[in-house]
Design a protein around this ligand. Structure first.
Ligand code: DUC
Ligand code: ZN
Ligand code: ZN
Length: 479
C-alpha cells in the first residue's frame, strides 16, 4: 500500500495566490502533500497539459425550492433538485453548491431549514451548504431561531427588497442586519425597489405592454440603483457588512464602487447572464425572450463592460450562477401560456454547468482576468465569505481534495443537449467557449471524467459554515 490514495501528477496548479507546477498527493479525501515529484499513489492521474484548479463554488443557486404562495408566477415548478442540479454543476467544474432554504411568511425558519434538508440529504453529488431566506423576521425568528441556526452552521441569509411574498421593509431589514451583526452572520441582499417596479408594471400592463421584453422596462437600472444605494445605507446604519447579490447594471455597480471608496465594508456578486446577455435577448420572437427573463434583468453592453472591469479590479468578489431552473414548458416559463404577461412568468434561468466555463473562456482566455483572479471569483472568495475556507476553495495541505482538471485548449459549443441539468434550454446555446473541466474530483473521488458521471448520488455532504469573513463587530452607539 502506498502512502497516497491518489497522486495528480505534472499539472499546472493555480490558486488565488499563485501558479506553480507540482504534484498533489491525496489521502482520505484531503490534500496530504504538494511537491515536485511525489512518489507512490494507489492511483495516478496524469495532469500534464492541464490546469489543476480548486473546484468551483456556486454560492447562489436555487434548487427544489418550494414556491411561495401568492406570487403572480406561482405554481411554476423548479426543474432541478439536488440530484440533477449538483450533477450538472459537477460537469461544469463546480464541487460545492450553496442554495437557499426559504422561509415563507408565517413559517418557522427552523422548519424551513429542516424541510430543505429532506430535499437535499441523500440526493447531492456534491457537498453543499445552505443560505437561509428570511421573509418573516418575527421576534421568535430573530431572537431564538437565528441564533440557534447560525450556531449550527447556517451563517448566511438572504433578504429581498422586492417580490410580494418576500419583500421586507427597511425597518425589517435593519432588524435582520442588527441580529446578523450580533450573531456574526452575513446578510445577502436582493436589491430592487418593489414599489417602483410594481408601479411601472401596472402602467405597462394598462398600456397593453406585457411581452417578455417589458420585464426589463419594468425594472430599469434606476430600480436596482436606488435599492442598492438604500441597502448600502442600511448596512452603514446597522454597521454590519452585507453582500449585494446578482448585480446587473452599471449604475448599481457605481453605487457599490462609491461605497467601497468611502470605506464601507460590503461585498458584491454578479452572474454570467449579466456579462453576456442584454435586454435585447428578452425581445426574441415566439416567447423565446422569456428564457432570458430574470431579476434583475440583463442590461446593456456598457453594463457588461463595467461588470467585467469590476470582476478584474475587485469590485466584485464572486461570480455565481443564480441558477433558477424553469423549463420552457407548461410547468415552467409557459405556465400561464405563450401570451402570458411578463408579471406571470417565472423569473430565472439555468447556469450551474456553464458558469465556470463561461468565466474561464470570456475572462481568462479573452484576457480580461488572469487565472488567479479566476480562482478567486470561481471558488476561493466564496469559500472565505461563507466560512468554509480553507477546507474548500484552495489547493493546500489539509484542504478537501475538491479539484477540477481543466483542458485550457478544449473548445466546446454550448448545447443544451450536452448539459446535465433538467432544464430544456440554456440561454447560452451556440456560444463557443475555450477551456473546459475534463476531470472533477470531490473529496478525492473522481466524480466526472471525460463526460462520464462516476460519482454516486447522495455522496455529497452537508457543510456547516463557520463565521463569514467580512463580519466586523466593533461597538456602535446603539448597541
Ligand atoms: N431572481 C431571483 O432573485 N432569484 C431567482 C431568479 C431570479 O431571476
Ligand atoms: Zn435574488
Ligand atoms: Zn437568486
Amino acid at each position: 500500500m502506498s502512502s497516497f490514495d491518489l497522486v495528480i501528477k505534472g499539472g499546472t496548479v493555480a490558486t488565488s495566490g499563485g501558479v506553480t507546477t507540482c504534484d498533489i498527493g491525496v489521502r482520505g479525501g484531503r490534500i496530504a502533500a504538494l511537491g515536485e515529484k511525489i512518489a507512490g499513489g494507489d492511483r495516478i492521474i496524469d495532469a500534464g497539459g492541464k490546469l489543476v484548479l480548486p473546484g468551483g463554488i456556486d454560492a447562489h443557486c436555487h434548487l427544489d425550492q418550494p414556491r411561495a404562495k401568492g406570487l403572480a408566477s406561482g405554481g411554476a415548478v423548479m426543474a432541478d433538485g439536488f440530484e440533477t442540479g449538483s450533477r450538472s454543476a459537477a460537469f461544469g467544474g463546480t464541487t460545492t453548491i450553496i442554495p437557499f432554504a426559504v422561509q415563507h411568511r408565517g413559517q418557522s425558519l427552523r422548519t424551513a431549514v429542516a424541510d430543505y434538508h429532506l430535499r437535499a440529504d441523500g440526493n447531492s453529488y456534491l457537498d453543499y451548504a445552505f443560505h437561509m431566506v428570511v421573509s418573516d423576521p418575527s421576534p421568535a425568528v430573530l431572537g431564538q431561531e437565528l441564533p440557534a441556526l447560525v450556531q449550527a452552521g447556517y451563517t448566511s441569509l438572504k433578504v429581498y427588497m422586492t417580490y410580494e411574498a418576500m419583500v421586507l421593509s427597511d425597518r425589517q431589514i435593519l432588524d435582520v442586519l442588527a441580529t446578523a451583526r450580533e450573531l456574526g452572520a452575513l446578510v445577502m441582499i436582493h436589491a430592487e425597489n418593489f414599489e417602483c417596479l410594481t408601479w411601472l408594471t401596472e402602467r405597462l400592463e394598462a398600456a397593453g405592454k406585457t411581452e417578455p421584453k417589458y420585464h426589463a422596462t419594468s425594472r430599469p437600472m434606476a430600480v436596482e440603483r436606488e435599492a442598492t444605494h438604500r441597502a448600502i445605507a442600511l448596512s452603514e446604519i446597522a454597521d454590519v457588512p452585507i453582500l449585494i447579490v446578482h448585480v446587473s447594471g452599471r449604475e448599481a455597480a457605481d453605487e457599490i464602487r462609491r461605497a467601497k471608496a468611502r470605506g464601507i465594508n460590503i461585498r458584491a456578486e454578479t452572474c454570467p447572464q449579466y456579462l453576456l446577455l442584454t435586454e435585447a435577448d428578452l425581445d426574441l420572437p415566439d416567447f423565446e425572450g422569456a428564457k432570458c427573463m430574470c431579476s434583475p434583468p440583463p442590461r446593456d453592453k456598457a453594463s457588461q463592460g463595467v461588470l467585467w472591469q469590476g470582476l478584474k479590479d475587485g469590485l466584485f468578489d464572486i461570480l455565481s450562477s443564480d441558477h433558477a431552473p424553469y423549463r420552457f414548458d407548461a410547468n415552467g416559463k409557459k405556465l400561464h401560456g405563450m401570451r402570458a404577461p411578463f408579471r406571470k412568468v417565472a423569473n430565472g434561468l439555468p447556469g450551474l454547468e456553464t458558469r465556470a466555463p463561461l468565466l474561464f473562456s470570456e475572462g481568462v482566455v479573452a484576457g480580461r482576468i488572469d487565472i488567479e483572479r479566476f480562482v478567486a471569483l470561481n471558488s476561493a472568495n466564496a469559500a472565505k465569505i461563507y466560512g468554509i475556507y480553507p477546507r474548500k476553495g484552495t489547493i493546500s495541505i489539509g484542504a478537501d481534495a475538491d479539484i477540477a482538471l481543466w483542458d485550457p485548449e478544449k473548445r466546446v459549443t454550448i448545447c443544451n443537449a450536452d448539459l446535465h441539468h433538467n432544464v430544456d434550454y440554456t440561454p447560452f446555446e451556440g456560444m463557443v467557449v475555450q477551456g473546459w473541466p475534463v476531470t472533477v474530483l470531490s473529496r478525492g473521488d473522481v466524480i466526472c471524467d471525460n463526460g462520464e458521471l462516476l460519482g454516486a448520488k447522495g455522496r455529497g455532504r452537508f457543510l456547516e459554515c463557520g463565521p463569514p469573513e467580512p463580519v466586523s463587530r466593533k461597538e456602535t452607539a446603539w448597541t
